[in-house]
Design a protein around this ligand. Structure first.
Ligand SMILES: [Fe+2]
Length: 217
């Protein structure tokens, strides 16, 4: 069943935190080990990174580690948990996976989509049209969840949203880009202004990572 989860493994410091987080040591925090925790300013503040990555993301890691003790999933990889678990274990594992992927989608270095990605986005009317549709989908998402650019099982590029912790990788879709639409992602910087959060999301997009997902998926 895990083979059905086609997305390649994501790699940010929390990726390997299942089990390791139980050691009680400080996590190799994203904001300190990848780049300075103010590197995404002014679009995403140091305080948001400290809370969103250092507390929210970390809490999902700690919780899933706690929940899998004594279960059939005790030795499972993160990908196996996302593919096979249910209930609270799935919710926390999927949130770890989704957040890890989300951090990969951001970069302090301003980028533009490459040729191949631009071509893929033509089916959505080109980059600008895609961004507008993505914003619209994200704005319309009721409650908490995620907005995604995915390549579906037929190879079509499309925008989807998922509620709560749900993740399209479980359905065999290849995820290219995501934006976290949980309020904890933007309340510190933007209060309840989701539109402002989205406006500040685009300058941070790691298009090289998105392109790599397109070609490897
Ligand atoms: Fe989040």
């Amino acid at each position: 069943m895990v083979a059905a989860l086609r997305q390649r493994k994501v790699t940010t410091p929390f990726t390997g935190m299942l089990k390791e987080a139980r050691s009680g040591q400080d996590p190799p925090c994203y904001s300190y080990s990848t780049y300075a925790n103010n590197a995404l300013e002014p679009h995403m503040s140091r305080e948001t990174l400290d809370y969103h990555y250092g507390k929210h993301h970390r809490a999902y890691v700690d919780k899933v580690n706690e929940l899998i003790v004594g279960t059939e999933f005790e030795d499972a990889s993160l990908e196996e948990l996302v593919a096979e678990s249910t209930g609270d274990i799935f919710n926390n594992a999927a949130q770890v996976w989704n957040h890890t992927f989300f951090w990969n989608c951001l970069s302090p270095r301003r980028q533009s989509p490459g040729k191949e990605l631009n071509q893929a986005l033509e089916s959505l009317g080109g980059l600008e049209s895609f961004q507008k549709q993505f914003d619209k989908a994200a704005s319309a998402l009721f409650g908490s969840g995620w907005t995604w650019l995915v390549k579906d099982t037929k190879g079509a590029v499309k925008i989807i949203t998922t509620a709560d912790a749900n993740t399209p990788v479980r359905d065999g879709q290849v995820v290219l880009l995501t934006c976290d639409i949980w309020e904890h992602a933007y309340y510190i910087d933007r209060r309840n202004d989701r539109a402002a959060y989205l406006q500040n999301f685009w300058p941070l997009v790691n298009w090289e990572f998105v392109s790599a997902n397109l070609t490897s998926g």
